[in-house]
Design a protein around this ligand. Structure first.
Ligand code: SAM
Length: 506
């Protein structure tokens, strides 16, 4: 591989802090960054083996501090030796508070002379420490991580011990929250990884890069689409399947900035309408009108004064209004509609009939592409997937038809919000191709299709499969997506053989 450091430049400005730009044109699918993590941490207070990162309840017999599973004989020699030498510490305080392990890993990085360069990278990362000070998360982490660690007596054994104070420890936790990547754990669940270079990429809800992580936790970052020299390399820090308010909220509380990307700034979310509502007044007049969240034009004499609080200013700036007839919904009504829908979704969990009923009920209020409806459709599609995989259930044609329609709906939205190469699009396209092929074969068996009609339809499926494979080819081979690509290549071959057989036996 070429020297990847020549493909990006680290730049800085007041709005974004440090960020990456393309040092030369980067082609769609081209890798421009390969990086190993400087830290791998358990998520959500999980207790994981410090060596293999699998969930465990066992501890290292030598240092007695780090979790170490039965399958692992030892862990990092330096860390283990240092901790084992700490005689009168309250180990139970550490063990009872798994969030401490993230702090410990940062402190051990600082302690080990071999890791000085990595520690420098870590401590330079953005923390937004002042924005977090005194917040709920600060108090929670004080109680479950910072306080117990300081009480345990462990920090007195560390170099420059007086500088290991609440401030430094909260800074580590803040750096982790602002910069970590959520990555797959070797068993179930997730890990948090710190990749200092990849973390420099600024956020955009329509990213132009995609990151994949292989079984050795190496991150590979490649372009989703052609990126011109000088353009920013944008990663997406949040869940693209959420609506703008939800994405913006998560970015604000987790990453401390207001997203102003094209999708967030567009009331229709690039035409996807993932946060829009149906206009009842337009429906009464037999036309389709969509209520979107728009910025209010301030009426003359109603300019916000500097004295108004930020939250009241934010509330007054927005208006939920129909694009056709200017009918409005209050913010409270929107909130209630969403809350009620979420509650009903919770009660419908895993029940395909209740999901379907809820979907048709909610379609009266929510745009069919609304992110909550998208979520329900994904849930139904997942249930249908397991039904279709279970031959003993003998699923009928209707199940296939419904699954295809759902995949089409989901894929249509993904096409808008995920332009270019996308793992998610590839997976939905693959499911759509498979189910549609089965449906066509059924129709042929039921004599609804002539042989050559079936061939033409299967050729279309072949194109869908090729497109899905094209988007997954950049994934490392030892990931679930890499494995899926191998299966898809085999299925593509089988499909081509089917087509050939049908053509030769007309
Ligand atoms: C993972 S860090 C990125 C690296 C960081 N800029 C630095 O200098 O270390 C995330 C932080 O970068 C800034 N940032 C990233 N994308 C942004 C965006 N689209 N708008 C504003 N700030 C952004 C925010 O301060 C955010 O908390």
């Amino acid at each position: 591989m070429n020297d990847l450091t020549k493909k990006y430049i680290i730049e800085q400005n007041d709005e974004l802090g440090r960020y990456l730009t393309a040092a030369a044109d980067i082609k769609a699918g081209e890798t421009f960054l390969l990086e190993q993590p400087i830290l791998l941490l358990a998520s959500n207070g999980d207790r994981r083996c410090t060596n293999c990162l699998k969930l465990t309840t066992e501890f290292c017999r030598i240092c007695q501090v780090f979790a170490l599973c039965d399958n692992c004989a030892s862990h990092n020699e330096y860390d283990c030796g240092l901790l084992a030498g700490m005689k009168d510490i309250q180990v139970d305080l550490v063990k009872e508070n798994p969030l401490i392990y993230g702090l410990l890993k940062c402190l051990l990085l600082r302690e080990n002379p071999e890791n000085t360069a990595y520690y420098e990278q870590l401590i330079q990362m953005e923390s937004h420490l002042e924005a977090r000070r005194g917040s709920e998360i600060w108090r929670d982490l004080q109680q479950h991580a910072v306080g117990p660690l300081l009480q345990s007596g462990l920090t007195k054994y560390l170099k420059d011990t007086q500088s290991v104070d609440e401030n430094l420890l909260h800074k580590y936790l803040a750096i982790i929250d602002v910069n970590c990547f959520e990555i797959r754990a070797p068993d179930e669940g997730q890990l948090r990884g710190i990749y200092p270079l990849a973390a420099l990429m600024a956020h955009n809800c329509v990213s132009n890069v995609q990151a994949s992580i292989d079984e050795h936790y190496q991150m590979k970052v490649y372009a989703r689409c052609d990126v011109a020299k000088g353009a920013l390399l944008y990663n997406c820090y949040t869940n693209v399947l959420l609506g703008t308010d939800e994405r913006r909220h998560l970015l604000k509380v987790g990453k401390y900035f207001d997203c102003k990307c094209a999708r967030c700034e567009d009331p229709t979310e690039l035409g996807s309408h993932m946060s829009s509502f149906m206009c009842a007044r337009c429906a009464d007049n037999k036309r389709a009108g969509f209520i979107v969240k728009k910025k209010k034009e301030p009426a003359q004499g109603q300019q916000q004064t500097a004295k108004q609080t930020k939250s009241s200013a934010t509330k007054q700036l927005w208006l939920w209004q129909c694009q056709q007839c200017e009918h409005t919904l209050t913010a409270e009504t929107v909130e209630q509609l969403i809350e009620r829908a979420k509650e009903e979704m919770f009660h419908a969990k895993d029940d395909v009939t209740r999901y379907e009923l809820l979907l048709s009920k909610l379609t009266r209020y929510f745009h069919p592409n609304h992110y909550l409806l998208l979520d329900i459709k994904q849930n139904i599609a997942a249930i249908l997937r397991s039904i279709l995989q279970n031959f003993s259930l003998q699923p009928g044609r209707k199940v296939y038809e419904r699954k295809v329609r759902l995949c089409q709906d989901i894929f249509g939205i993904l096409q808008i919000i995920l332009p270019g190469i996308s793992r998610l699009k590839a997976i939905v396209l693959y499911e759509m191709a498979n189910t549609t092929a089965e449906l066509h074969r059924m129709r042929y068996e039921q004599k609804e299709l002539q042989k050559m009609e079936l061939v033409a339809l299967l050729k279309h499926i072949e194109q869908m499969l090729r497109e899905a494979i094209r988007m997954l080819l950049y994934e490392p081979p030892d990931t679930p997506e890499g494995q899926m690509t191998k299966n898809m290549l085999k299925e593509l071959k089988d499909l081509q053989n089917d087509i050939k057989y049908l053509e030769e036996n007309q």
